[in-house]
Design a protein around this ligand. Structure first.
Ligand SMILES: Nc1ncnc2c1ncn2[C@@H]1O[C@H](COP(=O)(O)OP(=O)(O)OP(=O)(O)O)[C@@H](O)[C@H]1O
Ligand SMILES: [Mg+2]
Length: 367
């Protein structure tokens, strides 16, 4: 995409009113508050003329928020890298050429909203792999209408698995959500190249600690008003943030491995969810890193858990390689058997109803 009409030379914001207006522009916000106010007012007027803007600022969050409220598409640090500039500009041009009434801005009808919380009693079983690929698969079908939230506040690695380094993180979003600032939340969102909106965990422990269950609940509820699919990755076990998300969920995705320890842990987790009246939600059981040579069968699983396996994701060398490179399996190797299985999970949400034939086929394959 070409940012047509963007002048390659630096101009003063004031000059622009008489000149031919570009579709998108980058503005360096002044450090002086009074000058900055003037710039933001000018930007608001240009926005009315259809110009989309990206602001550059090394000033704190409240300045960025003011700029976003004035209508700028993105706020970057001046030292942002070329890829960040490119993404922000493409998004600005994209908004300039798109009709204003589309997607994210129109509230999603309640019946269409899916808040899908991915959880597991144990660490390392594949929650992030499942959540990331599920969100990506949904974003491929519903670009601009899918958001992935990393509620593993302390050790979340969604951003690593997507190779993203956004400026704003979970605690910025929960702060804005607590203040009821839906616009702030929406505009602070990072975008993956697939169109998936992403909220990554902070890499500062103190910021992670500051995220409360109430704040997480507000954030998830707010996102559900604007996005058809909200996919939430969580920390191992059940903590305040996981509970808050589960409370707002329409669906639970339970991830486990098919071994004695994994199955026992899942059974305990399901008992806890039941005590909290959360087990009535539609649930989707994913067995990850499945290896039929390990002896435990789907029938053993049903006998122990009292529920069937919905999706079996095989062990995959490619999955490991892809995650190390920050490329989700679904885009790195869509034909890999693990990607095919994860696509089946996506289809459980992306299609409204499975045909009898699909159901029979899935049942046969999962036996
Ligand atoms: N089906 C699979 N085949 C091979 N490797 C896998 C598979 N699924 C996940 N992995 C790898 O296992 C590791 C742990 O996966 P992941 O990070 O998704 O687990 P997690 O449950 O989110 O862990 P944590 O509890 O630490 O957040 C990663 O290196 C990932 O690439
Ligand atoms: Mg994880």
């Amino acid at each position: 995409m070409q940012a047509s009409g963007v002048s390659p030379t630096q101009r003063s914001l004031a000059d622009l009113e008489d000149a031919e207006l570009p579709e998108a522009l980058v503005v360096r916000l002044s450090d002086d508050e009074e000058t900055r106010q003037g710039q933001l007012q000018r930007l608001e007027r240009l926005l009315d003329e259809g110009v989309r803007s990206v602001a550059l600022s090394d000033t704190p969050t409240d300045v960025a928020l003011a700029a976003l409220r004035a209508g700028v598409v993105d706020v970057l640090r001046p030292e942002a890298d070329v890829a960040e500039y490119r993404q922000a500009l493409l998004r600005a041009v994209d908004r300039a050429t798109r009709l204003p009434s589309t997607t994210v801005d129109a509230p999603v009808p309640e019946a269409q909203r899916r808040v899908i919380v991915v959880l597991a009693p144990k660490g390392g079983v594949g929650k992030t792999t499942v959540a990331t690929n599920l969100a990506l698969g949904l974003a491929m079908r519903a670009p601009e209408r899918t958001v992935l939230v990393d509620l593993d506040a302390q050790f979340g690695d969604v951003l690593t698995s997507l190779n993203m380094f956004p400026e704003y993180r979970l605690h910025d979003m929960t702060t804005a959500a607590l203040a009821g600032d839906a616009l702030g939340v929406k505009t602070f969102l990072a975008r993956h190249e697939s169109g998936l909106a992403v909220i990554g965990a902070s890499d500062h422990p103190a910021q992670a600690d500051s995220v409360s269950g109430v704040a997480a609940s507000r954030l998830v509820t707010l996102l559900a008003e604007s996005f058809q699919y909200v996919v939430v990755d969580t920390a191992a076990g059940i903590n305040d943030l996981t509970l808050a998300a589960a409370d707002a969920a329409t669906d639970l995705v339970l991830v486990t491995t098919l071994d004695v320890i994994g199955i026992r842990a899942l059974r305990r987790e399901m008992e806890v969810l039941d005590q909290l009246s959360l087990l009535h939600l539609p649930r989707h059981v994913v067995v990850n890193r499945h290896d039929p040579r390990h002896g435990i069968t789907a029938a053993d699983f049903v006998a122990n858990i009292g529920a069937g396996i919905d999706v079996q994701v095989p062990v995959s060398k490619v999955a490991l390689l892809a995650s190390n490179q920050g490329i989700p399996l679904l885009s790195a190797a869509p034909r890999d058997p693990a990607a095919v299985a994860l696509t089946k999970l996506v289809e459980r949400f992306a299609t409204t109803a499975r045909t009898g034939r699909q159901r029979r086929r899935d049942k046969k394959e999962n036996q």
